[in-house]
Design a protein around this ligand. Structure first.
Ligand SMILES: [Zn+2]
Length: 154
């Protein structure tokens, strides 16, 4: 029977950091802070994958205290999550993602993000949806403090 998982992640903007979203390096004046590369898209998808199989969450499997997690790329974290799922006899089928941030524009990077995510998940690009919306200056990411992503997977 298909199972559904929901994932959410948010990181604060940090100076002197490269910006990685969905496994794609995006030229921007700042990046996302964090112990890893701060890729909120990959982290939200990983959390959704774990959620679909009730396997805990990203913080549990990839804790800040684990030195192998320091600087880990989003796609590597995703691939390791897919491997955890495989041990449980499960595999991703499709994913739908929404990125919420005022800057930078996501649309130009959508095809590359879909390709990177599809490769990490082992699914076809047609099964990966990346959407974006701007928070209109309001709230968690709209105040310019950070960028967030939500994901649903089957
Ligand atoms: Zn994260």
């Amino acid at each position: 029977m298909p199972r559904v998982g929901l994932g959410f992640d948010v990181h604060a903007w940090g100076d002197d950091r490269p910006l990685w979203l969905g496994g794609v390096h995006i030229e921007h004046d700042r990046g996302l802070a964090g112990h890893s590369d701060g890729d909120v898209v990959c982290h939200a998808v990983a959390d959704a994958l774990l959620g679909a199989e009730a396997l805990g969450d990203v913080g549990e499997h990839f804790p800040d205290t684990d030195r192998s997690v320091a600087g880990i790329t989003g796609v590597t974290l995703l691939a390791r999550t897919v491997a955890l799922l495989a041990q449980a006899g499960a595999a991703p089928v499709s994913v739908d993602i929404t990125v919420v941030c005022d800057h930078p524009p996501i649309a130009p990077h959508r095809p590359a993000m879909r390709r990177q995510l599809a490769a990490a998940l082992g699914v076809s690009v047609e099964r990966v949806s990346v959407k974006a919306t701007r928070p209109e200056g309001i709230g968690l990411s709209g105040d310019g403090v950070g960028c967030l992503a939500v994901a649903v997977v089957t």
